[in-house]
Design a protein around this ligand. Structure first.
Ligand code: ZN
Length: 182
């Protein structure tokens, strides 16, 4: 199967699980632009890439940065597998529950354990997808480790769990679990 066919097959699988799933470009979304402004204020400019680099799931919609159509198909599948976890979480917790967990518990910024656990589950899927689609070397890439750990400790998600040692321990445990096939 070509990489493009792998992506098409994955999208079809996702639509079977979430029939209302759809992709929206952030550049064409007034809601995304409003969130971008709010995030710049809340993070003192630390999160400036919301519109240009980040993917966001709200309800059944996936909001994507520019260039989505040209993303390498395998990278797209890895991203979509992360986002599918958020769609499942929304189903599990309901939209209201997910909003409270994601945005408010225990704090919106600085210490956001609810958001950290939600993202942790999704980033574990990122690791699993990376291993399955790109192999062990990609899974163990130091650049990937740094990128993911800093999502938790830095401004991107409002310093959701700013304890680098803790996050690195989660990370290393997840990598060994994934490489053992769990
Ligand atoms: Zn996420």
């Amino acid at each position: 199967m070509s990489d493009r066919a792998v992506l098409e097959a994955f999208l079809a699988e996702m639509r079977r699980e979430f029939p209302r799933f759809c992709v929206i470009k952030k550049s064409e979304s007034p809601l995304s632009k409003a969130i971008d402004v709010a995030l710049k204020i809340i993070t003192f400019g630390g999160q400036r890439a919301y519109l240009t680099r980040y993917y966001t799931v709200i309800g059944d919609r996936l909001y994507v940065p520019p260039g989505w159509d040209d993303v390498d198909p395998i990278d797209a599948v890895i991203t979509l597998r992360h986002e599918r976890i958020h769609l499942r979480q929304r189903r599990r917790y309901t939209m209201a529950g997910m909003t409270v967990l994601y945005l408010l518990l225990p704090f919106p910024v600085g210490l956001a354990y609810g958001r950290a656990r939600i993202e942790w589950e999704a980033y574990t899927e990122t690791l699993r997808a990376t291993y399955e689609l790109r192999g062990e070397k990609a899974l163990r890439s130091p650049a990937l480790r740094e990128r993911i750990v800093s999502q938790f400790t830095g401004p991107a998600y409002g310093w959701m769990w700013p304890f680098r040692g803790v996050v690195e321990r989660w990370y290393d445990e997840a990598v060994s679990a994934v490489s053992r096939g769990r």
